[in-house]
Design a protein around this ligand. Structure first.
Ligand SMILES: Nc1ncnc2c1ncn2[C@@H]1O[C@H](COP(=O)(O)OP(=O)(O)OP(=O)(O)O)[C@@H](O)[C@H]1O
Ligand SMILES: [Mg+2]
Length: 345
């Protein structure tokens, strides 16, 4: 059954089409991420879902009911905004309890719910702290607690970790994912950080300029990008021109390569995506001859730019190769990803 359906949503601001016919199915308990560059329409779509913005066309269907015209508080959703929007004059407890008091819930029940949530977000003992007395990461937990305490069916999160430094962000990514699994709530998570999306999501929706580019699992999106936008936005890629000679055989720069792709027209022009970590350099193995143009240490690996038949290829390896070295390059058939050629590419 469809849990949450986004049906043909479009939105224009000042004659600029910000969302163009967005169609999306969200399953119960799914961690779904909207991923795309700044300005692609992520926040707008989330605001339309939350009821803070009206779409020009289209519907939001939740459990087979059209909720497109419900007010935010009537929807089975809560939002965690990028700016945490906590009440500075209230302490941690009262920030979290605020919505429940508004609903006139009994004091005892509020207390029980808030303590349960404080445990979940790891803030037991912080009840009477002021908001100013909290670190960024702690404030962020309060804002998540404040949304979760209402027990929404769907939690909307707009770049909730963007303000945190890298280490804390990485830790919170895992914590959030654990929380989501514990509480069994559907998360719709907005980010422009591809690594964050790959780490946390069950399903990723890649957006660009108000249009869905690809929907898939992190592994699918990374390994089988549908077009060059996705290939470049989700990780770095080498995108090369090729000719699909026949099933399982692609030609790049006149060199035949065995691949795992099929069902293209005979001799169809294609684009071939090769991830930098799959460009294997050696002294004598592989069909491509090249030269190392640069080598940079990146922490876990070295990043090398190679010149191969007049083109620059990016390669990542734990082993550095000296600049100027003549090398050969091998690519495993499994790591060659063939895409249809795009007319505008
Ligand atoms: N209220 C508004 N009035 C006019 N234009 C708007 C309004 N809200 C958003 N826009 C425009 O719509 C486009 C999409 O904005 P949106 O905030 O959805 O992008 P985003 O993907 O969330 O970007 P970011 O990653 O920077 O947060 C942008 O060009 C933005 O300037
Ligand atoms: Mg935004």
């Amino acid at each position: 059954m469809n849990y949450l359906q986004i049906k043909d949503i479009s939105k224009t601001f000042e004659e600029k089409r910000v969302l163009n016919h967005i169609n999306l199915q969200v399953q119960k308990d799914e961690f779904l991420t909207l991923l795309g560059p700044s300005g692609c329409g992520k926040t707008t779509l989330l605001r339309i879902l939350g009821g803070f913005e009206q779409a020009d066309a289209g519907q939001i269907i939740f459990e087979n009911k059209d909720i497109s015209h419900q007010a935010p508080y009537e929807r089975p959703m809560n939002t965690v905004f990028q700016q945490y929007a906590l009440f500075p004059h209230l302490n941690v407890y009262n920030n979290i309890a605020f919505g429940l008091k508004l609903k006139k819930m009994k004091a005892q029940e509020i207390k029980e719910r808030v303590s349960k949530i404080l445990e979940l977000v790891n803030l037991v003992g912080y009840e009477t702290r002021t908001i100013q007395g909290l670190s960024g990461g702690q404030q962020q937990r309060v804002s998540i607690a404040r949304a979760l305490v209402n027990e929404p069916k769907v939690l909307l999160l707009d770049e909730p970790l963007a303000a945190l430094d890298l280490n804390l962000r990485k830790r919170m990514q895992l914590e959030l994912k654990n929380m989501q699994q514990q509480v069994g709530i559907t998360f719709i998570y907005v980010t422009h950080d591809q690594e964050e999306a790959l780490t946390m999501s069950d399903k990723i929706v890649v957006l660009n300029e108000g249009e869905i580019q690809q929907i898939g699992s992190p592994v699918d999106i990374y390994n089988e990008p549908k077009n060059s936008f996705v290939a470049n936005f989700v990780g770095q890629s080498n995108i090369l021109k090729g000719i699909m000679v026949k099933d399982f055989l692609v030609k790049i720069n006149g060199i035949d390569l065995i691949c795992v792709d099929k069902n293209f027209a005979k001799n169809e022009r294609v684009q071939v995506v090769i991830r930098p970590e799959d460009v294997e350099i050696s002294k004598d193995k592989g069909p491509f001859e090249g030269r190392v143009l640069s080598t940079v240490f990146k922490g876990i690996h070295y990043e090398m730019v190679l010149e191969i038949m007049g083109k620059e290829w990016l390669s990542q390896s734990t082993r550095p190769w000296p600049v100027g070295e003549e090398v050969r390059v091998f690519i495993d058939p499994e790591n060659i990803h063939v895409m249809k050629e795009e007319s505008h590419a």
